[in-house]
Design a protein around this ligand. Structure first.
Ligand code: ATR
Length: 276
């Protein structure tokens, strides 16, 4: 019997998830159907019920429903609990299990696909929104020498710092304090703000990026964003956008649901837009 899965968001027309999961299914011989669902804001729970009544087995969640997905779960994995948001649900009888693969997908892309190990490295993460919150536990698990999280609204950084400090060596700060004494200190700089979605540059100075081996933009398919342009001008050796993270988090979800891990390389290549 064909098993039904979906991705839900608003809007959802842009989603690459159906293509990614169907490519994984073909590659691994899994019999699944995977559909996009656009729910009205406030209509998440009703769509979940509809999907479950149709025999749906799982759901990927994109903006703006990751908090709704977290709230509707009957069980949370540790990663979903730490992130305070879910990007994946598994329907198992009466149980609705919530997971969050954003952080592990990002970390796998950086370490495995981009050959940039985090252990012992100095990492700068920009932003404290949902995307950054997923990344922090996954980064700290890999034992960097230092993880500095900087945010435009310093207060939010401080709150987040208190919440995550028990997980490892984390410094949380506003951008002004960041620029005092940190120039050229980072091996890896990750932009998890939503600035690029509006064609904006987070207020970070080129000197901060100068020694980095990798600058990583979480947004994908947008070519050379203002952040990546700044990184290139600063002389950063390697630039990447979030296409690999997108595919890696999908692979984690697929493996969780189906018990078989797909190969991601060909799918990443298919979706990659040159950074020009
Ligand atoms: P998401 O869930 O996609 O991470 P979010 O929760 O709305 O989105 O968080 C957006 C993040 O991007 C925040 O850290 C935000 O900073 P503030 O907390 O100060 O609002 C950051 N952000 C958005 N636009 C930005 C910009 N132009 N410059 C710097 N940071 C920006």
């Amino acid at each position: 019997m064909t098993d039904l899965y979906a991705v839900i968001g608003n809007p959802i027309g842009h989603s690459k998830s159906p293509m990614i999961h169907m490519a994984f299914a073909q590659q691994t011989g899994q019999d699944i159907q995977y559909i996009p669902v656009e729910a009205p804001v406030g209509g998440f729970a009703a769509e979940v019920e509809e999907l479950r009544s149709r025999g749906g087995r799982g759901l990927n969640i994109t903006a703006p429903f990751k908090l709704d997905a977290y709230a509707c779960a009957t069980e949370l994995t540790e990663r979903a609990r730490q992130a305070g948001a879910a990007n994946c649900l598994s329907f198992e009888g009466d149980r609705v299990v919530a997971e969050n693969f954003d952080g592990v997908g990002l970390a796998r892309d950086i370490e495995t696909n981009l050959s940039c190990p985090m252990r012992g490295r100095r990492i700068l993460l920009l932003g404290v929104g949902g995307a950054a919150r997923g990344a922090i536990p996954a980064f700290l698990e890999r034992a960097p020498a230092e993880l500095v999280v900087a945010n435009r609204t310093a207060e939010k950084a401080h709150t987040l710092g208190k919440q995550f400090s028990c997980l490892g060596n984390l410094v949380a700060t506003g951008f002004d304090a960041l620029h005092e004494g940190h120039a050229g200190r980072f091996d890896l700089v990750v932009n998890a703000t939503s600035a690029s979605l509006h064609g904006e540059l987070p207020p970070v100075r080129a000197a901060l990026l100068a020694d980095a081996a990798l600058a990583y933009e979480l947004a994908y398919g947008k070519g050379l964003t203002p952040f990546l342009r700044l990184a290139r001008e600063a002389g950063v050796q390697r630039l990447a956008d979030g296409v690999g993270m997108l595919v890696e988090q999908a692979a984690e979800a697929f493996a969780w649901w189906r018990g078989v891990r797909p190969d991601t390389r060909a799918v990443i290549e298919r979706l990659t837009v040159p950074l020009v």
